[in-house]
Each structure stands twice: as C-alpha cells, then as structure tokens.
Design a protein around this ligand. Structure first.
Ligand SMILES: C[S@@+](CC[C@H](N)C(=O)[O-])C[C@H]1O[C@@H](n2cnc3c(N)ncnc32)[C@H](O)[C@@H]1O
Length: 353
C-alpha cells in the first residue's frame, strides 16, 4: 500500500488494478485532490474551419480585447502574456511550433484526414515535446494503465504509424521516437484523459470538448456507475487554472474505495457498458450494473433501483446539462447543503438534508 496523501492511499484490487481508498473517514463535499495536468492538448482538429476561441495554454475563452499570439507562427493565440510566456517554454516550445506549422501546412496529407486523426497528431506532438523538455514526465505518462495490446490493434497502430511518419523528419536524432511509442501514447490517452468542456449554455448545442488533459494521480480513481466522488474544473472561472479537482459526493468511510464515473451518470445500461468496453476495456460490475443487466433492452425499471434517490438528487436537472452534483466543501467541519454541478456550475440548495 502506498500513501499518496493523508486522505487516500493506493491499493491493488483484483480485476480492477490500482485503486484509491480513503485513508480516514471523509466527508461529503470534501476536496480530496487538486491536480495540475501532466499533458494538455487542444481537442480542435489541426484543420479546423474556424480558429479556436480558447487560449492555447489555459483553454479559457479568449478575452474580446487584447490577446497574444505566438511570435513565430501567429497561429496560436493566448489570453495573456503570462500564458504565452509559459507556453513558449513548455507546450508551445520552438520544436512544437515548427512541427505543428509543418503538419498544418495546406499541402500536408493530414488535411484530408479525419478530425480524430488530426487531434491524435496534436497528442503525439505534445507527448514528443514532453519527452524533449521533461523526460521524467513522459516516463510517468508511459507508466499509466492502458488496455492490454490496444496499442498493437490496427485501430491504434495504423494512425500512430502514419502520424509518426509525418513528424519523424523533425525528431531530434538522439530521441527514441517510434511508431510503437506513438501507439502507446494514443492507447494511454484513451484510457486516462479527462475532457475540459466548452462553457455551458442552456440554449446552445451540446457542449463539446475543448481540450484533453492527463492528470497522473486523479487518473487512478476507478469507475463506478454510482460514484462517491466527482471531478470539477474551473478553467473558465479562474485565470491560468487547468487543475482538476475531485470532491466527494457522499461521506466515505476509511478503507472504502473512492470512485468517479467515467461518463455522465444518467446514461442507460447498454450505453454505459459499450463506452466502458470500447474506451476502457472492462465490464463494470457495480451494484447498479448488476441490477440493470437483468432488465430487457430499453426497459427502465427505475423504481427497482436502490439508486433512484441518488440519481434524482445528484443529476443536474438544468436544460441541456445532466452533470453530476456534489456538495460544496464543508464549513467549520459542518456539511454544506448547497450542491454544485460539475458541468454547468449551477448551485442548488439540497432540501433533503
Ligand atoms: C483510468 S484507469 C484507472 C486506474 C487503473 N485501475 C490502474 O491500475 O491504473 C482505468 C482502468 O482501470 C480499470 N477499471 C476502472 N474502473 C473499473 C471497474 N469498475 N471495474 C473493473 N476495472 C476497472 C480498467 O482496467 C480501466 O481501463
């Protein structure tokens, strides 16, 4: 067992791998970790028809007035001098700038490829850049879990090989970059990344993803379809804040596993099952899935669910939202009866407490 903080520790659980369990009794609303990303990259395809409206470092919406461009390529825009300066020494290094400029050339073979492949190219560039500037961070990335042999499947190795062939003329000769490494990075990203979402609007279309981030401790939380914790981010609220925050939805006793949900919790059984298998390669055997597995296709016997109360209390009912609610942090040791939605940010008084 390894101690990660005084609040939780890491254990191995058969059929689940690493897991995080409470190291002491924890209270609903308690923040148990705030973590910065190891790797963060835009979800906007390289040949997007419209320029990204987000800062390329912190991913908050660009202010309408003054913005700051990369002095070399002018394609990448930042919300502040601070984000520009940090980025030029990290995620938008001169190597990244030169490589992305090459990949985004209108004659690039990538221009004909799918949006997904263009975003995967961003990921590979970001990972190679990590290897060049902070090799220990690449090691941490490569130590994360991925679905066994997924990186060798045609669905991953084909795109990885293609992207690597486009980037390889720019790779420093002493670095061991290879199609195998690129495939491993894609497989690891798929099983571990968190999405930073576009701002919520009740009238707008469904929110899409503006960036993907890998948070090496937070990623160890396993999944449960009735989670006792959920993630928040405050990218739009605070400047330069790409941290992810995990807060408890319910009290968690010492020794119990802390789980988040890898998807929206109001999804039906077959959708949840499909996503968990396709992206994470496992069959969920949580209490909720065990009950719903016995329902006929399309059947909804919510009243059978001991979890019905959980779903009605902790799924946000704002139009176009269905995020997960968690109490605000306790004050002076007392539980707070205000719930915050992790998707639209709405605050709601919990009248049931
Ligand atoms: C993001 S990782 C979580 C940490 C992982 N257990 C580890 O050892 O690093 C996701 C992987 O954890 C495992 N996992 C997570 N939740 C699970 C669950 N409820 N049942 C079985 N396996 C689970 C699956 O292998 C999944 O692909």
């Amino acid at each position: 067992m390894a101690a990660l903080t005084s609040l939780f520790k890491m254990v191995n659980i058969p059929n689940k791998g690493r897991a995080l369990i409470a190291a002491q009794d924890l209270k609903a609303g308690q923040t148990i970790i705030t973590e910065s990303p190891l790797l963060l990259f835009s979800a906007s395809p390289l040949f997007s028809p419209s320029p990204s409206p987000y800062c390329h470092h912190c991913f908050r919406t660009l202010p309408p007035s003054q913005t700051f461009s990369c002095p070399s390529c002018s394609n990448y825009i930042f919300c502040s001098q601070k984000c520009l300066s940090i980025s030029l020494n990290s995620s938008h290094s001169s190597w990244t700038c030169q490589t992305l400029s090459h990949l985004q050339n209108p004659a690039s073979p990538l221009s004909e490829k799918s949006s997904q492949l263009q975003v995967q190219a961003r990921l590979i560039v970001a990972a190679y850049n990590l290897a060049i500037h902070t090799p220990s961070n690449l090691e941490t990335l490569l130590s994360l879990h991925s679905v066994p042999n997924y990186d060798k499947s045609d669905a991953i190795f084909g795109p990885a090989n293609f992207i690597h062939s486009l980037i390889s003329p720019f790779c420093p000769p002493h670095m061991n970059f290879s199609p195998e490494l690129a495939a491993k990075v894609i497989a690891i990203e798929r099983a571990n990344s968190f999405s930073l979402m576009e701002p919520y609007s009740p009238n707008g279309p469904q929110r899409s993803i503006k960036a993907y981030g890998i948070y090496p401790i937070t990623t160890i939380f396993n999944h449960d379809c009735i989670p006792n914790a959920c993630r928040f981010d405050y990218v739009e609220k605070d400047e330069h804040n790409t941290d992810i925050v995990i807060r408890l939805i319910k009290d968690v006793d010492a020794g119990s596993e802390i789980c988040i949900s890898y998807q929206r919790i109001n999804k039906d059984y077959s959708t949840r099952k499909r996503i968990l298998m396709e992206d994470f390669g496992f069959v969920c055997e949580c209490d909720r899935c065990k009950i719903e597995a016995n329902w006929n296709e399309g059947e909804n016997k919510d009243s059978d669910l001991p979890h019905k109360i959980f779903l009605s209390k902790f799924v946000c009912d704002k139009v176009n939202c269905s995020g997960t609610l968690a109490p605000l942090p306790p004050k002076d040791g007392e539980k707070c009866n205000v719930l915050e939605c992790n998707f639209c940010g709405n605050l709601k008084v919990d009248s049931t407490t």
